[in-house]
Design a protein around this ligand. Structure first.
Ligand SMILES: O=C(O)CCC(=O)C(=O)O
Length: 255
């Protein structure tokens, strides 16, 4: 018989923060993660990608059928997809107690993790065109929320996220081809008929956590600095929701 008790759930958000999330579709938890933890996790991912033989799950892949040679450029640019399924540290970073508590406050019940991504976003690399996460991650009932942890200082120069406050209230918008290929990578889709001049930058200190609704219109710009723009981005659904996509069906308990 296990004697371990489930950790008590935190209630980190004030009622003002919950109201702000409902109005704007996002909130920032300043320093939700300590700088020590940020540095240690960055170093951990760096070590995984520095290994002479990178573990299969962590190998940088540019697309299906890409060759096996790994350049130094690839090691520290191409994102890690779903590291939480293979790596205990990435799993614990998905299960941060402050995130678990905030999600439960916003969703009314426990959430589960369904996707994680660690981005290097190296100097010069393009951003992602404006989109709504629900377009890519259908779930029912729709309870999807993202937690975007700044793994360093992110601002307009190194390609921070931009959001349109309140756009989560517009419903699912049509998405089509990416329009500005100078700014954004081509392989995604972009919202159509949206006035993108309404986007505002979300500048974050290392350890700040941006929590946002799946219908919030958001994008990121090209990294025009000489530094990385590392981030750890996890997606969650309420425990009773289900996901369509085969690669995201596994629900990870945060308890
Ligand atoms: O971090 C980025 O640049 C884009 C991430 C994003 O838009 C997302 O995870 O939905």
């Amino acid at each position: 018989m296990s004697t371990q008790k489930a950790a008590e759930r935190l209630n980190p958000l004030t009622s003002e923060q919950v109201a702000q999330y409902e109005k704007d579709g996002y909130i920032v938890i300043p320093k939700g993660c300590s700088e020590d933890l940020i540095h240690t996790y960055n170093a951990h991912i760096h070590a995984i990608r520095s290994a002479e033989e990178i573990a299969e799950w962590a190998r940088p892949r540019k697309g299906k059928g890409a060759g096996t040679a790994v350049s130094d450029q690839d090691r520290f640019s191409i994102r890690l997809f779903n590291p939480h399924l293979h790596d205990g540290f990435s799993l614990q970073m998905m299960k941060l107690p402050i995130v678990r508590g905030a999600l439960a406050q916003l969703l009314g019940d426990e959430a589960c993790g369904v996707q994680s991504m660690y981005f290097y976003k190296e100097p010069g690399s393009p951003g992602q065109a404006a989109h709504q996460d629900y377009y890519y991650i259908r779930n029912d009932p729709n309870t999807l929320i993202a937690a975007w942890v700044a793994m360093e200082y992110t601002n307009e120069e190194n390609g921070c996220l931009w959001v349109i406050p309140g756009s989560h209230q517009w419903g699912l918008l049509p998405h089509g081809a990416v329009k500005n290929l100078d700014e954004h990578e081509a392989w995604t889709d972009e919202t159509e008929g949206v006035d993108l001049s309404k986007e505002i930058p979300v500048v974050l200190e290392p350890g700040d956590i941006l929590i946002f609704h799946n219908l919030l219109v958001h994008s990121s710009t090209r990294n025009r600095s000489d530094r990385w723009r590392r981030s750890y981005v996890c997606h969650y659904i309420r425990h009773d929701s289900t996901i369509d996509r085969e690669d995201l069906k596994r629900k990870v308990s945060l308890v």
